[in-house]
Design a protein around this ligand. Structure first.
Ligand code: FE2
Ligand code: FE2
Length: 287
C-alpha cells in the first residue's frame, strides 16, 4: 500500500473512533475553573459509573497507599487533587476507546500499558526531582505518549508487523522505520488522536515531538523533554514495553532544557524500579 493511502486510511480510522465521553471535556474545563470545589468535580465524575468505580479502585490501591479506605469520589478528589483526578479520568477514558480497537495485535497489550503507566510514574519522579509544579500534564502526556502505536498495530497490523520486524532486524529506532515504511510515525498518529479528542495543544505537541525534542515549539519544550526522558527512564528500568527496540539516547535539547546529568538519570531509574508495584496496581485498577 502506498504511503499516502496508508495516511489517508489512518486519518479515516481516527475520525471513526468514538469521541471521549462528554464528561471528560467537562472535567477538563472544571479543573481550569478556580471556583470548582472537590464536591462539584466529584459529583460530575460520579455520573459516569465506569470511570468513577475505577478511579476509586486506583485511589484505594497500592498506587497511592493511603491507609484509610476512600469510599466516595468526592473524598478521592479532595485527597488526590483535581489535576490528578483529571489525568486519571482521561487515561481511563482513552484506555476504554483503545480497548474497543482491540483486533489481533502484535503489540502486547499488557506490556504496552505497563510501559505507558511506567512512563507516567517516571514523569512524576522527574518533575519532583526538578521541583516543578507542573507534573500533572507531564503525567498525562507520558501516559498517552505512545497511543499512536496502539492505533497502528490494531488498524494496520500487516504494515505495522513489517515495522516491528525491521526494528528487530535493522537495529534502527521505531520512528526511523515508521518513516521509511509508513511515511509518518506513531508520534504523528498520537497528535492526530489528540486533535480528534480536542485535547489541549501542549499535550498534542509533546506527544508529536517526544522523539524529536528540538522540533517542538519553545513553549512546550519543557513538557516534551520530560516525556522524552520519562520514556528513556521507563525503558532503562525495564518496565513493560511498547515494541522492543534499543533504548534511544537522551537528546541534547532535552538534556539542556532539564539540566539533568547521567547520574541523576540513573537515580531516577532506580527510584522507578522500586515503584514497579505501583505500576502494576495502576494497570489492574483501570482495566
Ligand atoms: Fe514513542
Ligand atoms: Fe514510549
Amino acid at each position: 500500500m502506498d504511503q499516502d493511502k496508508v495516511k489517508q486510511l489512518i486519518c479515516d480510522r481516527i475520525n471513526n473512533l468514538p469521541t471521549l465521553p462528554d464528561m471528560i471535556q467537562k472535567v477538563l474545563s472544571l479543573v481550569q475553573d478556580e471556583k470548582t470545589t472537590a464536591n462539584k468535580l466529584g459529583d460530575l465524575i460520579s455520573y459516569d459509573q465506569a470511570i468513577s468505580s475505577r478511579l476509586l479502585k486506583i485511589a484505594n490501591s497500592a498506587y497511592y497507599g493511603f491507609s484509610r479506605e476512600i469510599s466516595t469520589i468526592q473524598h478521592a478528589v479532595a485527597l488526590i487533587g483535581f489535576e490528578q483526578v483529571k489525568s486519571l479520568s482521561l487515561g481511563i477514558a482513552v484506555f476504554d476507546v483503545m480497548k474497543g480497537t482491540n483486533d489481533t495485535t502484535s503489540l502486547m497489550q499488557d506490556a504496552f500499558w505497563n510501559h505507558s503507566a511506567g512512563c507516567s510514574l517516571a514523569a512524576t519522579i522527574i518533575c519532583k526531582k526538578l521541583g516543578k509544579p507542573d507534573g500533572e500534564v507531564a503525567f498525562t502526556a507520558s501516559l498517552l505518549h505512545d497511543m499512536g502505536k496502539m492505533i497502528l498495530a490494531n488498524f494496520f497490523s500487516k504494515e505495522y508487523k513489517v515495522v516491528l520486524e525491521k526494528v528487530q532486524e535493522d537495529g534502527k529506532s521505531f520512528v526511523e522505520i515508521e518513516e521509511e515504511v509508513l511515511g509518518f510515525t506513531h508520534a504523528d498518529v498520537g497528535e492526530w488522536l489528540c486533535s480528534r479528542w480536542k485535547l489541549p495543544r501542549s499535550l498534542a505537541s509533546s506527544i508529536r515531538c517526544h522523539h524529536k525534542v528540538k522540533e517542538v515549539e519553545p513553549d512546550n519544550i519543557h513538557l516534551t523533554s520530560v516525556v522524552h526522558l520519562a520514556d528513556i527512564i521507563c525503558r532503562r528500568a525495564d518496565i513493560g514495553n511498547s515494541g522492543k527496540e534499543t533504548i534511544p539516547p537522551f537528546q541534547k535539547a532535552a538534556q539542556e532544557e532539564l539540566c539533568v546529568d547521567e547520574e541523576q538519570v540513573d537515580q531516577m531509574v532506580a527510584e522507578l524500579k522500586e515503584e514497579e508495584e505501583k505500576v502494576k496496581a495502576f494497570i489492574s485498577s483501570i482495566k
